[in-house]
Write a protein that binds this ligand. Structure first.
Ligand SMILES: C[S@@+](CC[C@H](N)C(=O)[O-])C[C@H]1O[C@@H](n2cnc3c(N)ncnc32)[C@H](O)[C@@H]1O
Length: 227
């Protein structure tokens, strides 16, 4: 669970933003397109993990409406409370994804929409690798981020001070491939959040799949790597 004494920076920022985040990003057609990519491929009643689930909209709401079993995880108690209220058809947990145990091969899909930006590059790459292992063979990973070559950049996001780290677009894709996944498609767009201080920002949505065979992650007895 979240350590209330030393709160993760993301919890501080997103507790302060709450539903204002959803309003600012609601018109993202690329985000809806990424959800369509998932829903067109998921089996009925798929088990989906949404990392950094925010207010639950649009991701958990869209997937739950399609009949999928969604577990949203977010480090911000305000976001988890909002999502639980707005999307009663999904389950939400308040936790830091870094400390949350993830069983190998347990999800049909994992979404990670814009949740990596307050992690170091090592943490981002390590998390993508863990999430890849949490996919069943043939499972889908849909990460999205702001693909900029920045490390510990101090900025202001919707009025909140933030320290941001990311990768250039080709390095985001490389991180996904290094996790053993096949990138099936990607979409790069410019998006301007509906917020007075906002400027156009690049968004990258990646759509990847774990191989069907058991040898996708060499090293473990069932083909999955054990660290
Ligand atoms: C930019 S918001 C995006 C919310 C949602 N995925 C969307 O696209 O609408 C990022 C979310 O990730 C959450 N987050 C950031 N780091 C996290 C972590 N280590 N564990 C769990 N959630 C995290 C934040 O609290 C925030 O709600």
């Amino acid at each position: 669970m979240v350590d209330e004494v030393r709160r993760p920076p993301a919890a501080v920022v997103f507790d302060a933003l709450g539903s204002r985040y959803e309003k600012a990003f609601a018109s993202s057609e690329a985000h809806r397109g990424s959800l369509r990519w998932l829903t067109e491929r998921l089996p009925p009643g798929a088990r989906v993990l949404d990392v950094g689930s925010g207010t639950g909209r649009p991701t958990a709401a869209t997937l739950a409406k399609e009949g999928h079993r969604v577990l949203g995880v977010d480090v911000s108690p305000v976001m988890v409370e909002t999502a639980s209220r707005q999307v009663p058809g999904a389950e939400f947990a308040c936790a830091d994804i870094h400390t949350m145990p993830l069983e190998d091969g347990s999800f049909d899909a994992v979404c990670v929409y814009f949740s990596l930006l307050q992690m170091s590059r090592t943490e981002q790459a390590g998390l993508v690798e863990r999430l890849a292992r949490a996919l069943r063979p043939g499972g889908l990973l849909a990460p999205a981020t702001v693909p900029l070559d920045v490390e510990d950049f101090d900025g202001v996001f919707m009025g909140q001070p933030v320290r941001v780290t990311s990768f250039a677009a080709q390095d985001v894709v490389a991180v996904v491939r290094a996790a053993g996944l096949t990138v099936e498609s990607q979409e790069s767009v410019m998006f301007t959040p509906a917020h007075p201080d906002a400027r156009p920002e690049p968004h990258l949505f990646v759509h990847a799949r774990r191989a069907e065979g058991t040898d996708a992650f060499p090293g473990g007895p069932d083909g999955t790597r054990r660290d």
